[in-house]
Design a protein around this ligand. Structure first.
Ligand code: HEC
Length: 155
């Protein structure tokens, strides 16, 4: 009887240790800055036109990965990575036919673009759906741009 109890106790203790160390790891992960935090050197300015962007060469792979995550969550439903149209245009070649700043504004300021940019309006005429604002930060948009550049074969 005593043996059985101490065996159970050991399992419980091990379980508790495992849980706490997992918790600690999660806390640590929360504290270390995310790629978005590292990327955003400037304070957040929502709805502000992006006028300038610096392209890295080679690509920032951390941003590529972060961009892919947001693509899977927020863009994949409407955009393919090929040239095939879904709800919106496929992304193949998008970084070749558009300026980087144009792409960033399409992501963070889509209403401004659809209201005033002739190229964006042309797309709207073709697609007949207004791209919804996905509420991404400028840093997240920058990461997505990096992902698009990777998709277009940049290294
Ligand atoms: C509900 C569907 C939908 C979602 C979700 C969506 N888009 Fe779009 N997107 C569109 C449509 C439709 C267009 C074409 C313009 C229009 O009709 O508003 C477009 C156009 C674009 C363009 C211009 C493409 C080109 O060929 O010039 C970019 C860049 C873009 N979207 C980026 C994004 C990003 C980044 C996300 C995810 C964060 C996203 N979109 C999510 C529907 C969507």
């Amino acid at each position: 009887m005593f043996r059985k109890n101490s065996f159970l106790l050991a399992i419980i203790v091990i379980g508790l240790i495992a849980c706490t160390s997992k918790k600690e790891a999660e806390e640590a992960a929360k504290k270390s800055p995310t790629p978005s935090e590292i990327a955003s050197k400037q304070p957040e300015v929502h709805g502000t036109e992006v006028k300038d962007v610096e392209l890295t060469n080679p690509l920032n792979q951390v941003w590529v990965e972060a961009g892919k995550k947001n693509y899977d969550l927020k863009c994949l439903a409407c955009h393919k990575l090929t040239d095939e149209k879904l709800v919106g245009p496929g992304w193949a070649g998008v970084t070749k036919r558009r300026q980087p700043v144009w792409i960033l504004n399409m992501i963070t300021n889509v209403d401004m673009m659809l209201d005033s940019d002739p190229e964006a309006q042309k797309l709207l005429e073709e697609c007949l759906v207004r791209m919804p604002n996905q509420n991404l930060t400028q840093a997240e948009a920058r990461e997505l741009l990096e992902f698009m550049r990777r998709n277009d074969g940049e290294k």
